[in-house]
Write a new protein. Sequence first.
Length: 236
Amino acid sequence: MSWLEVEDADVFYGRVHALRGLSFAVEQGEIVCLLGNNGAGKSTTMNLLSGLVRPKSGRVRWDGVDLAAAKPWDIVSKGLVHVPEGRRIFSTMTVHDNLLLGGYTVKDQRAIAERVDLAYSLMPRLAERRKQQGGTLSGGEQQMLAIGRALVAGPRLLLLDEPSMGLAPLVVKQVMEIIAEVNRQGTTVLLVEQNARAALRIAHRAYVVETGSVTLQGDAAELARDSRVVDAYLGA
Ligand code: ATP
């Protein structure tokens, strides 16, 4: 059995059948990417894992926990931390206070302080701007802050929804490099991206999701050469 396992999951929003027998797995230590176009069901998958939507059928298990039944709060405190699309940082709070908020489920104050330091060491730009209001950061810096805040929660599995959205290519590269480093330091990452090129560079494996099911899967380097992926997601 895999560490994280989604098996034959169906999710409906009213009559909209958003996930149709979706299955995929993640092993500890990996970066796994879900690729897909708008509306393919990527965000729904993230919400399914963090307990924000429930499957009508199928199984969702992570590290022995039935995520289809667990409460969102319990899921976070077990170390599954979700950075939603659009970052959602607190724009009138300082960078530092935004980071501290990531520790709201953590009782150990020393652990929080250590993780804030870790976020600053991974992203020195945040350290330089620690007293600045979140809303005054650039898009890339806001994405870094969202990742930093998630790190303060102590993730064992980090869910990142479209971290490259709206960022210039050079900034996308920086953010991806940070994600790769977070992974090298021991955090498993599930990355949802429309930017297949950037994601496949750092992922170990990937799944292509189309209209709520997986249509292709494999090693990231192999998928990056697969003509079906090249044609549909990587452009000429
Ligand atoms: P995007 O990158 O555009 O967010 P996505 O791959 O993340 O796309 P989802 O947001 O998971 O896709 O949406 C999957 C399908 O479910 C889409 O058809 C979408 O319109 C529909 N959907 C998502 N959220 C809701 C909702 N709250 N109510 C009704 N339909 C929804």
